[in-house]
Design a protein around this ligand. Structure first.
Ligand SMILES: Cc1ncc(COP(=O)(O)O)c(C=O)c1O
Length: 358
């Protein structure tokens, strides 16, 4: 019998399964399951972490003033329009907590990042799936699903596990037509990896639209997933309620200082992004040579299709190569593979080459 909970709907929530969870018999030697940056953070970040010993007994700045100022300088944004959190996942939850009431609808793209649905259900909200056609979102489909009850549209931008984004023209069209009672949340967790004039992470629309929010993270290109720093940028009418409900110390002093140091070393981010692109390009060519189909890719992971997906997953895991099965995303035939270092991807290609289940 389950322990009685004030909201029975909590039992409709499937817990998030991360890349840290693997079946027995697997060896976690090469982990390509969580879209982490394999090169690690900047040396400046490591220096901050190594030296952060004499302030552990002090509470951090709850408002993360210095970090918000540094983010403002780095991205040319008003720091008072920024809120930081314990990863961007925390921010995605805070948005639902502030703006979704029981029975409200929340638009989530098909195969969208798992946290959107959990954050919605926690509030008694109703997730409404926006279909993808050939893995692409379409503005008309989003608009057709909006009702007076729609409160949020979580737009994965670009998506995980489906790497697609709405182009600047499509976003303009969406924002012109979507009713202003719908908060459009651009989850731009992978923005650093994109270099395309048709793509914008969303900051430029925040100035023009009071219903636009952009979320960003230090977990991906900045390689600080373990330090848990995410943030949002939005107009004051969004910031104010979020700050009222935000746990007061939802980023640590250590992570704030590490994030400031990371922002000061943009050369390192550029280098990581460039290395990722090189390794991705070669890996994609090698996968094509093996005749393994993939969904279009663009950031630091690919989605590979297999007939015998579970068998391939096990074959890799038992040889120390951990990738991510996508059953929880309604894509049971796919394995998501993070782009690691060249030698790791070469090993994966070699093992796939000899895999009898492929
Ligand atoms: C699309 C997307 N958004 C948000 C996140 C959350 O990242 P974090 O909470 O580490 O900032 C992830 C992590 O995998 C992601 O893929």
């Amino acid at each position: 019998m389950s322990f009685p909970h004030s909201s029975e709907s909590i039992y409709s929530i499937s817990p998030y399964i991360g890349g840290d969870v693997t079946p027995p018999g697997f060896t976690r030697r090469v982990v390509l399951a969580s879209n982490e940056n394999p090169y690690g953070p900047s040396e400046k970040v490591k220096e901050v972490v190594n030296n952060y010993t004499n302030r552990i007994h002090c509470y951090p700045s709850g408002a993360a003033n210095d970090l918000r100022a540094a983010l403002g300088r780095a991205h040319d944004l008003d720091p008072s329009w920024i809120v930081t959190g314990n990863g961007s996942e925390d921010i995605l939850h805070l948005l639902a907590r502030a703006f979704v009431q029981p029975g409200d609808e929340v638009l989530i793209s098909q195969h969208g990042f798992g946290v959107y649905k959990i954050a919605t259900l926690v509030m008694g909200g109703v997730p409404v799936e926006v279909p993808r056609i050939d893995f692409r979102l379409n503005v008309e489909d989003v608009l057709n699903l909006v009702t007076p009850k729609t409160k949020i549209f979580y737009l994965d931008h670009p998506g995980n596990p489906i790497a697609h984004y709405l182009t600047n023209d499509e976003v303009e069209e969406l924002l012109k037509r979507i009713p202003s009672h719908v908060l459009v949340v651009f989850d731009s967790a992978y923005a650093e990896y994109l270099d395309d004039s048709n793509y914008h992470c969303g900051f430029k629309w925040v100035d023009r639209y009071p219903n636009v929010v952009v979320t960003r993270t230090f977990s991906k290109a900045y390689a600080m997933a373990n330090l848990r720093v995410g943030w949002l940028y939005a107009q004051p009418d969004i910031i104010d309620p979020i700050n009222r409900i935000r746990p007061p110390f939802n980023t640590t002093g250590l992570s704030q200082m590490a994030a400031i140091a990371a922002l000061e070393d943009q050369e390192w981010i550029k280098k990581c992004v460039q290395l990722n692109k090189q390794v991705l390009t070669k890996f994609v060519a090698d996968m094509k040579n093996l005749d393994i189909p993939m969904i279009p890719y663009m950031s630091n992971f690919v989605m590979a299709y297999f007939e015998k997906t579970q068998e391939v997953y096990r074959y890799l895991g038992e040889r120390g190569l951990v990738v991510r099965p996508m059953g929880a995303y309604d894509l049971p035939q796919y394995l998501r593979i993070t782009i690691g270092k060249q030698e790791e991807m070469q090993e994966l290609i070699d093992v796939l080459g000899s895999c009898p289940h492929r």
